[in-house]
Ligand binder design. Structure first.
Ligand code: ADP
Ligand code: MG
Length: 621
């Protein structure tokens, strides 16, 4: 048998190694931006074409490289940032493994230009597939420009693996934000296909946050600042009212490096505690600085997780710092509400609630109806409740399937279940309904009588189902009624939202949202679905976007599915809205024309049925 082991040629070995560092255009963006920061640049420009697939270029005014360094920088494990193993524990730079440029050169066509302040000319190097094609002097300013073209041109399998341009661009914007947020003193810009997406003048952290996350945070930021011998924390959290349904505007930096930490996130959430709704997320941008020896730098650099030497201290510190900041901010402005003077003079307000007044109130007949035994609502003994429960029990016979499925849904929402699969059957077996006169309860429920008894429909849940199925049909070709805006409305979005909206434009169009890009992060709203209230177009789109981002974390849904769910949630008539007879009738009819009328897209029940024969039994009939 011949020997079979051979050494891989350098370029193949490099390609394999590169795969770890450069997974997609955004990873190259991160590496190049970090190199520019490490080089001490005060101005960093990022240029991408075709979401980085055709071109990624970073131009900086940093310290530049000598001719030899420029050539050396592309060697694997070539770095100026550490010299020995001890240095690993005092890392102050963003990079240190000396792998980024070698990896980039292995999977793209690179042109590097670099010049140090003291040199007369700079160096230009061209590399293809790890092979140097050209090296020559070039006239240029101090700094470095690295352009990488045709990423993965030599690794087609990887290139095919890349996502759509809008999706890759979103990853790039994410990385761009993470680096530019961490260094507000540096000017950053991002140009995509010739259009400037970000232009971030150097400034304070507060200014940078507003530049990136939008003006809505202006005057809505609470400063966090705490120092100790062990660690420092500083930055901003959004006031509670800015909390969103989206996780997303949340940034932790440890020694200027963006990290993800569910643990520290929990600490911040804990500090907000009762101040925000359970399912909402506060904005924060927090910087933790501590001795590099206290963190495990050996964690893979492309991973964003981090290990602290003493996690518990960091947790407690973060939580109390944020709590402290929030407490300070809330002392001042919240006491500014005063009782109306006419109310202040009422007895009920001025006089204490004496025993005498209490007993006179208690002897009133109104009070008695609510407390005396044998009144209509009075339930003395729990066993009487049993009959009520029977009402919920699935009836044997025609609509048993329906009730059974609802029952189990209440216990365990069927988020994952294909919405089309549940209940064509239950629809067919739905007993005839009488829609002559409908009753609305608490402006939230609609009571419908049918042959078998009656149903209580939850109007919001029902409407979500109806809209959801309408959207599915719309993209399958059944057009949605739209209203053209006589005076088109413009709306300005944050750069991140621009990327999302651009990605969704074709689907949004099918769903009745006619938006046109207008440059400068602005869109013109030409038309909206007929059921969006006039004047509410902007809010409708903003809310939809927020909900879309909320679902975005959930990888199991396709982009369309996320959009459908977001819009259905956003457009559905909310509980507490009074409906006319006609509106209720349409809602009920539309609901039972759905393929899965009994659940919302998220698996909540839309209605529940009560059986007449069970009612009869309760009354001894
Ligand atoms: P690392 O950043 O881990 O050292 P890289 O492969 O990213 O490894 O870069 C290799 C070396 O090239 C760096 O250590 C640095 O000396 C030099 N270098 C890279 N980019 C720049 C830049 N924009 N300006 C100046 N020097 C740079
Ligand atoms: Mg680097």
């Amino acid at each position: 048998m011949p020997d079979i082991i051979q050494l891989l040629p350098d370029n193949i070995a490099n390609q394999i190694a590169a795969g770890e560092v450069i997974q997609r255009p955004a990873s190259a963006v991160k590496e190049l931006l970090e190199n520019a920061v490490d080089a001490g640049a005060t101005e960093i420009k990022l240029i991408v074409n075709d979401a980085g697939k055709a071109l990624i270029q970073v131009i900086d005014n940093g310290k530049g490289m000598s001719e030899t360094d420029a050539r050396m920088s592309f060697e694997r494990h070539a770095t100026s940032k550490i010299k020995n193993i001890d240095d690993l524990f005092h890392i102050k730079t963003m990079g240190f493994r000396g792998e980024a440029l070698a990896s980039i050169a292995a999977v793209s066509q690179v042109e590097l230009k670099s010049k140090k302040a003291e040199d007369i000319t700079g160096t230009c190097i061209e590399i293809d597939n790890s092979v140097v094609k050209k090296q020559e002097p070039v006239a240029m300013q101090q700094g470095t420009s690295i352009a990488m073209k045709n990423l993965f041109f030599n690794v087609p399998a990887r290139r095919n693996f890349l996502k759509s341009n809008p999706s890759e661009l979103r990853h790039i914007v994410d990385e761009f934000i993470r680096v530019s947020m961490a260094f507000p003193a540096i000017f950053f810009s991002l140009t995509s296909n010739g259009q400037q997406v970000f232009h971030l003048e150097s400034g304070t952290l507060k200014q940078r946050i507003v530049q990136i996350l939008g003006n809505s945070y202006n005057a809505k930021l609470v400063s966090v600042q705490e120092q100790s011998d062990y660690m420092n924390i500083y930055g901003f959290v959004g006031k509670p009212e800015t909390a969103k349904k989206t996780r997303g505007d949340q940034y932790f930096f440890v020694n200027s490096r963006f990290i993800k930490s569910a643990y520290l996130n929990h600490a911040v959430m804990g500090a907000f505690d009762e101040m925000i709704a359970k399912d909402s997320f506060p904005m924060y941008t927090l910087f933790i600085d501590l001795d590099p020896a206290q963190i495990d730098i050996n964690v893979h650099p492309t991973k964003q997780e981090i290990k602290f030497e003493d996690e518990k201290i960091v947790y407690a510190f973060v939580k109390s710092a944020v709590k402290h900041a929030l407490a300070q901010f809330s002392i001042t402005p919240t006491l500014d509400f005063e009782l109306d003077s006419s109310i202040q003079h009422l007895d009920a307000v001025t006089k204490p609630f004496t025993d005498e007044r209490k007993s006179s109130a208690a002897s009133s007949s109104l009070y008695n109806t609510f407390t005396q035994k044998n009144q209509a609502h009075f339930i003395e003994n729990k066993s009487e409740l049993k009959h009520w429960k029977d009402l919920y029990e699935p009836a044997k016979g025609e609509s048993g399937i329906l009730n059974a499925s609802i029952e189990s849904e209440i216990v365990e929402p069927i988020i994952n279940r294909d919405p089309g699969f549940v209940s064509l059957q239950s629809f067919i077996s739905q007993p005839a309904m009488s829609l002559e006169y409908l009753t609305q309860l608490h402006n939230t429920y609609i009571v419908v009588q049918n042959d078998a008894g009656f149903m209580v429909i939850h109007q919001q849940n029902a409407h979500e189902r109806i809209l959801y199925e309408r959207f599915i049909k719309a993209v399958e070709g059944k057009p949605i009624a739209i209203q053209q805006n006589l005076f088109p409305i413009t709306m300005e979005l944050t750069a991140m939202d621009v990327v999302i909206v651009t990605e969704l434009l074709p689907e949004l169009h099918l769903l009745g949202y006619h938006l046109e890009p207008f440059g400068n992060n602005t869109f013109v709203i030409q038309g909206t679905p007929a059921d969006v209230d006039q004047g509410n177009e902007k809010t409708a789109i903003e809310k939809m976007l927020e909900q879309f981002k909320h679902f975005s974390a959930d990888l199991k849904y396709s982009k369309r599915e996320k959009l459908f769910r977001s819009l259905a949630w956003q457009q559905a008539v909310k509980g507490g809205t009074s409906l006319t007879q006609k509106e209720m009738k349409i809602l009920v009819e539309d609901l039972f024309a759905c393929t899965a009328p009994n659940i919302t897209p998220n698996g909540k029940p839309t209605y529940t049925s009560f059986k007449k024969n069970e009612l009869d039994k309760m009354f001894g009939r």
